[in-house]
Design a protein. Sequence first.
Length: 429
Amino acid sequence: MPNPYNYNAPNMAYFYRPPEPPAHQPAPSYPMPPAPMPRTVPLPPLYSNMPAHPPYPVTHHQPPQYTIYSNMPSAPPPKPMPKTIPLPVMPDSRVYNAQLHPLAQQETRRNPAQSSSRPRANTLAAAPPKLDVRGNDIEATQRESRWAVQLWSRLTPQQAQPFVAHLHQMIATVRASESRFPQLASNMDKKSAADLHKGFSKASSLDRELKEWVRSGGDGAELASRLQSYIKQTIDLLGFVMDAQAPAVSNALRAQPFFTDRGRQKLRTEQIRSSSRDNKHAGIADTLNRRRSTENFFPQRINHAKSSLARVATSDTARRFQASGTPFIAGASGTAQFIIGHLEAQRPFAQCSPHEQQSREMLLVMYTALMTLSGHHSVMESLIVGRRLGYFADLPDPLQGPGSYNTSMRALDSRLRKMGLDANVRMRA
């Protein structure tokens, strides 16, 4: 009879062979009880093909009549899995970023956590924004910032000499009025008068820095860095003194529309852009659109007015700036007004010779570049102040509507080239 325990396995270990009965006992005539099923059945090796054969009738007392496979043919064992799977080789990040649009490169460099995906960078490159967070034309702020950096970096001793000489004249004017300051500030509150009085100590420090710069033989970039902590307070005090000594000039300059409607507002503390407020970078471009050529220009951190001042959306002056494409940082420059007032007190611009007029305009350009370098004002916010008195009056008005800013900057390029102050940077679009 067929062996009920034959599971059609090719190994004889699966066949049950009942023990032979003792010699003194007859073989049982009843069927043997079933053997217990093994708990675990060994599986055949991997990659082995079981030979197909029909079931053979096998009895317990008759040996099988088919071939017993003692060694099963099997495929070679698979190679062991590596402990680590090598990742695909990524391209060099410098080569990767070089293939992107410049704006996308800046986005990747400044915000690596937010711009690690190439599709987002390509989206930025495909449709780059034209306006920054302040509503200014991005390329205009970049060009003006680069011009200011290049001008002060390449400043020659011959170009710096009249600028330093005028700074000494302003310091002398401020010091001469120190004894009369309580009388001049009699109508001011005590806090404002005390803050303004600090300008005298700043003027002394400024004088010391200028002498140290001359002694060390430093370059233009070092001079710009030395001026940062002292020049603004000194010029503000100078403006207060000139308002008292020559009120007609101050009133004429302050009566212009961009001063009567300044178009700017001071931001609350929580609204101040901390990334732009205190750093070593130069220029008026915002953080995302800042060029590498303007980064880490100053050896020390400086405070930028562009971080705490913003345009007033309802202001007619702010709208004119925006419509013409002129960058609006802090509105018309009061610093430029004080400098022009000091020059006019010596001799009116209309009475100067052509050579003297050009020298004054060159001086005003250097102050303008310094304020743009420090992140306080755009170029035209400084140059338009003196147009009423003749300074750069032949340039087109930059606030006359669409396209007027580029027209004015194109004319300014020609003027700066003649002065030798173009710094090899084109200001127009």
